[in-house]
Design a protein around this ligand. Structure first.
Ligand code: AMP
Length: 505
């Protein structure tokens, strides 16, 4: 019996007394205890009828137990479906309907709201809170600490991760055991992670960055993680002396640079800082080096492709670039309409092929066909150029994706909600520079004839309707949207006009 991912990431840690997770409050979980915990949870999953190939949806706070739930799913051959904790119950209803899990795991606080959706498809519902308590923990108590690992091949699905859709519908990216393991191997090697590493982990674990890039790499390397519930500057500064490395989104680095306690001495012992999920401004890269002497290693990827490119560990880490393709990953830059290669050095859409690339969108064969070329290249939608030395530069995002605090927001979804509001004729949603979040969401609305609109009223009206990170932080009322000859709203003009929305003063 073999299980590609479980064997590589978890099985070898059985019996190991090495520390795996350093948790707030001083608790340390060894590898052996983690593997036993996940085996107990695997029994609970099985009790609830989740058979190999079926799904478990988890909308839970970050905790050791939440990570063990992921391990348990892998061991039981079940497809793990983590959800952003910011999603509201009506958003989760869609994911439950689409993924059709056997079991839903959520916070106690969300139980009542999600119960009808789980009941509706005959799924079980258990709770898991940020402190590890809940019915999942109760059911796992006293269970056998061994579980017969279910056999899984490299082509079997390990996880479904939902990405936002431009049409407002999220798509479940199907990730196989091979997708995840090949990427974990490539990154562990590229970034030289070993069992001696202690990674400061302040990322969420419902997203590819925190769960796979950070989690799988550390499991494969056998290192430890300082596992913080979220990024809080005070806490991170307190823990940094015990870490060898940190993986972050650009916001982490701008926040650290804003704090006078973040000094060269504090991080002189560190081996590596990486950044990704959103563009790291060249000025942040430069300021970071000036302050600490470290050059942040920026890499690029997406839910569908895992990591695609990385700046080199040795060699120049070039500010404002995402480096070179990882080993075995092929990239090309094409004209979006024709799919023809653009001349060297020109701008086009990045396409990717390799063992890292997902198997398609769950139950959306048409969407899958649209986003793959016939020769197997995936169309990322990211607009890039490659410089003469081979470094990839991301110059924009097709489809106007907004990335705020590391989370993706597709304007369309927010625009649809604004358009529903009383007195709104039409709207446009854009991202503009925000000192803390990288980009901040701005809504621009045009009133219907004879109506008056005000920012506070609109902001109040959309509270609770969509996840908080998607809600505009500012809303401006204007007379008409700028449009080109083809009738398309010219968002570039709006971005310029409202560029200073979040500037101080
Ligand atoms: P996600 O699927 O949430 O991981 O988002 C993927 C998107 O984030 C990519 O398609 C890029 O647009 C963006 N992204 C990820 N890493 C970087 C980076 N280092 N620089 C610029 N954009 C990035």
């Amino acid at each position: 019996m073999s299980n590609v991912l479980y064997d590589a990431l978890f099985a070898s840690h059985q019996g190991s007394s090495r520390p795996f997770l350093y948790l707030p409050g001083g608790r340390i979980l060894t590898y052996d205890r983690f593997v036993r915990l996940s085996a107990r949870i695997a029994h609970v999953i099985r009790d609830h009828g989740a058979l190999p190939g079926e799904r478990v949806v988890a909308q839970v706070q970050k905790s050791a137990e939440a990570l063990a739930l992921y391990a348990a799913c892998i061991q039981a051959g079940v497809i793990f479906v983590p959800l952003n904790t910011a999603y509201t119950p009506n958003e989760v209803e869609y994911f439950i309907g689409n993924a059709e899990p056997r079991l839903v795991v959520c916070d106690d606080a969300a139980r009542a709201a999600l119960a009808p959706f789980a009941d509706g498809i005959g799924a079980g519902l258990l709770t898991l809170n940020g402190d590890g308590s809940g019915t999942l923990a109760t059911e796992a108590e006293g269970r056998a600490e061994q579980f017969d690992t279910v056999s899984r091949s490299g082509e079997d699905l390990a996880a479904l991760l939902y990405t936002s859709g431009t049409t407002g519908r999220s798509k479940g990216a199907m990730l196989t055991h091979d997708n995840l393991l090949s990427n974990a191997r490539a990154l562990t090697e590229a970034w030289r992670f070993t069992a001696d590493d202690v990674l400061l982990h302040a990322l969420p674990i419902f997203h590819t960055h925190g769960l796979f890039v950070a989690g799988n790499v550390m499991l494969l390397a056998g290192g430890s993680m300082i596992f913080l519930p979220s990024f809080r500057t005070d806490e991170v500064i307190g823990w940094l002396p015990k870490a060898t490395s940190m993986m972050g989104v650009p916001t982490f680095y701008t926040r650290l640079l804003d704090d006078p306690r973040f000094t060269r001495e504090l991080v002189s012992h560190m081996r590596l800082f990486t950044s990704g999920s959103a563009p790291l401004l060249a000025e942040t890269h430069i300021a970071f080096e000036a302050r600490t002497g470290h050059r942040i290693l920026e890499r690029y990827g997406m839910t569908e492709t895992n990591m695609t490119t990385s700046n080199p560990y040795d060699g120049e880490r070039r500010a404002g670039t995402v480096g070179f393709p990882l080993p075995d990953v092929e990239i090309r830059v094409v004209e979006p309409e024709t799919g023809k290669l653009v001349p060297e050095g020109e701008v086009g859409v990045l396409e990717v092929r390799g063992p890292n690339v997902f198997k398609g969108y769950w139950r959306m064969p048409e969407k899958t066909r649209e986003e793959f070329r016939e020769d197997g290249f995936f169309i990322t939608g990211d607009v890039v150029t490659i410089d003469p030395d081979g470094y990839v530069h991301i110059v924009g995002r097709a489809k106007d994706l907004i990335i705020s605090g590391g989370f993706n927001i597709y304007p369309k979804e927010v625009e649809l909600l604004l358009d529903e509001q009383e007195g709104v004729l039409e709207s446009a949603v854009i991202g503009v520079p925000h000192p803390d979040f990288g980009e901040g969401v701005v809504g621009i609305v045009v009133p219907k004839n004879g109506s008056t609109l005000d920012e506070a009223g609109l902001l109040a009206a959309i509270q609770g309707r969509i996840a908080r990170f998607k809600q505009p932080k500012r809303i401006f009322v204007i007379d008409e949207l700028p449009r080109n000859a083809m009738g398309k709203v010219q968002k570039n003009i709006l971005r310029e006009r409202f560029a200073a929305a979040f500037q101080a003063g």
